[in-house]
Design a protein around this ligand. Structure first.
Ligand code: DAH
Length: 354
């Protein structure tokens, strides 16, 4: 039913106009035409005032409904247009990765390589494997017993000062700590060999160690060592000295030799520090070696019978030697790196050289 205005026709026209709008700009224009102040709908409402009450009521109702319909159509259209425009924008800004040809713009893709410390560890392992050693590893978190006690360093022993460290847990039943050297791996190996009945042992044990040292040109708080352990029948100090010398020449080259000087370690008796020819001056004497011609690399000695006792090895039947030295220190000496901290600064210009 229609009054003086054909409301149905108005709505039908509005519907067509709204459907035809497909940009935000069109939409604004159409919205003004179909529902703005000058739209036919609003004009029609103005006519209400001059109508008789019954007809006014009927037309008012129709116009109210028409208004709701048109508003609904407008809102739906607005949403659809915004969605379409956003999708178009996203499609336009999408990167087509399939178009990227590696290396075309940037040149050949640079490949990384192992860090100098890893290379050094590999090279040291190679030398020792070539001499008949096996490679073993142990945990970086140790108990007090493995890091100290079993190595003949009882609580309150003054030697603990040398290796005071980062404790993870201090107290009963046992403290745990970040190992200060790779020597505790000796204990693990000997315990296992006793359990499995697989003595003798000829092993090297590389790994990371921790000390509460302030880093300087020759020390890092997190560093690497390689430990050596031989347990066999009839092993003597001469075997130790020969092994150290063979290793030194194989790793540093035929001009570099080793020498042993008396020292003290709780887990070896007798003990020695081993030094190698200064790689900077080749033994002439320079600042780096304090004019001695020698540089200290590590410690070594014959396994102390107290250590054998702590793992249940019969020291009358078996003897052995052990040694331990810094992997980072080897890298430093072989490549003449003035400051060891360069190894952990991650400056790619430094690392690339090796
Ligand atoms: N663990 C010692 C250190 O870190 C080095 C060492 C000395 C290892 C003598 C040994 C050894 O195996 O026999 O200072």
């Amino acid at each position: 039913m229609s009054g003086p205005v054909d409301v149905d026709a108005l709505v039908a026209e509005a519907r067509v106009a709204i459907a035809a709008a497909d940009t935000t700009e069109d939409f604004r224009h159409v919205a003004a035409v179909v529902s703005g102040k000058k739209s036919a709908l609003v004009e029609a409402s103005r006519a209400l005032g001059s109508m008789d009450p019954d007809a006014r009521k009927e037309l008012g109702r129709q116009l109210h409904e028409a208004r709701a319909t048109v508003d609904g159509l407008l809102e739906a259209r607005r949403t659809a247009i915004r969605y379409a425009e956003l999708s178009a924008e996203m499609a336009a800004s999408r990167l087509d990765l399939t178009e990227y040809v590696p290396g075309e713009a940037a040149g050949p893709v640079a490949r990384g390589h192992l860090h100098l410390v890893s290379q050094t560890r590999d090279a040291l392992e190679d030398v020792f494997v070539g001499m008949g050693f096996e490679v073993a590893e142990g945990p970086e978190i140790e108990s007090d017993w493995y890091n100290f006690g079993a190595l003949n360093i009882p609580p309150a022993h003054p030697a603990r000062g040398m290796w005071d460290t980062f404790y993870l847990h201090l107290g009963e039943p046992e403290s745990t700590l970040l190992r200060t050297h790779t020597s505790p791996v000796q204990i693990h190996l000997m315990e296992r060999a006793v359990l499995d009945g697989t003595l003798p042992i000829h092993s090297v044990m590389p790994g990371r160690c921790y000390r509460r040292d302030t880093p300087d040109a020759r020390h890092l708080a997190v560093f690497h060592q390689i430990e050596g352990l031989v347990v066999d029948r009839g092993i003597t100090f001469a075997d130790l000295a020969g092994t150290i010398e063979t290793f030194t020449a194989a790793y540093f080259g035929p001009d570099i030799h080793s020498r042993l000087r008396p020292a003290y370690f709780p887990f070896t008796e007798p003990s020695a520090e081993f030094e190698v020819t200064c790689t900077i001056c080749k033994g002439e004497g320079c600042r780096t070696c304090s004019q001695t011609g020698w540089i200290e690399l590590g410690g070594c000695g014959m396994v102390d019978p107290a250590v054998f006792a702590s793992v249940g090895i019969d020291a009358d039947e078996w003897t052995g030697f052990a040694f331990g030295f810094g992997i980072d220190r080897c890298a430093q000496m072989r490549h003449q790196i003035a400051d060891m901290r360069a190894l952990i600064e991650n400056d790619i210009r430094f690392l690339r050289q090796f």
